[in-house]
Design a protein around this ligand. Structure first.
Ligand SMILES: Cc1cc2nc3c(=O)[nH]c(=O)nc-3n(C[C@H](O)[C@H](O)[C@H](O)COP(=O)(O)O)c2cc1C
Length: 147
């Protein structure tokens, strides 16, 4: 099953989660920052990672989803980091809604954890426990997709 892990990360927190997810799965390309070098093609499962900046995903994430050719992506699962670290956060919610609007099947459960930054601090986050939880999430979602 062809799986892709894409993310947008300014300071590297979301990238850490993306790398952990990509390492955990088979038949997956190395995780890549948005916009990717090549557009997705025949992707059964896209893991899409967003951080939250002033209550929103980065505009590059919004633009990526807007221009996504939905014939080439069947399912998507959304993960992210933020100061608050909640899976129902605004950025994750916005990404899920945009994907659904495009007609992509979105996995209901998302993965989120805290990420360090100068506003919320969250020293050492994401940490080893977060990466372990991200791997478990990846495995669970991967196993739930029927192609
Ligand atoms: C300019 C800026 C705005 C932010 N706004 C929010 C916010 O509205 N809500 C929140 O929970 N975290 C906020 N954060 C924290 C980031 O979401 C968090 O540090 C995240 O892990 C950054 O991910 P990245 O390293 O992948 O870019 C903000 C951080 C920055 C730098």
């Amino acid at each position: 099953m062809k799986t892709w892990v894409l993310y947008y990360s300014k300071s590297g927190n979301t990238k850490k989660i993306a790398d952990a997810i990509a390492e955990e799965l088979e038949d997956v390309q190395k995780s890549e920052q948005i916009p990717p070098a090549y557009p997705p093609e025949n992707v059964a499962l896209l893991f899409l990672g967003t951080a939250e900046y002033a209550g929103k995903p980065d505009p590059k994430m919004i633009e990526f989803i807007r221009t996504l050719n939905t014939n080439r992506v069947k399912n998507a699962a959304v993960f992210g980091t933020s100061g608050a670290g909640n899976a129902e956060g605004k950025a994750i919610g916005a990404v899920k809604a945009l994907l659904k609007e495009k007609g992509i099947n979105v996995v209901e459960e998302s993965f989120a954890c805290k990420g360090k930054n100068f506003i919320f601090f969250n020293r050492n986050k994401p940490d080893a426990n977060d990466l372990k939880a991200a791997r478990e999430y990846a495995r669970k979602v991967y196993g739930s997709i029927k192609v």
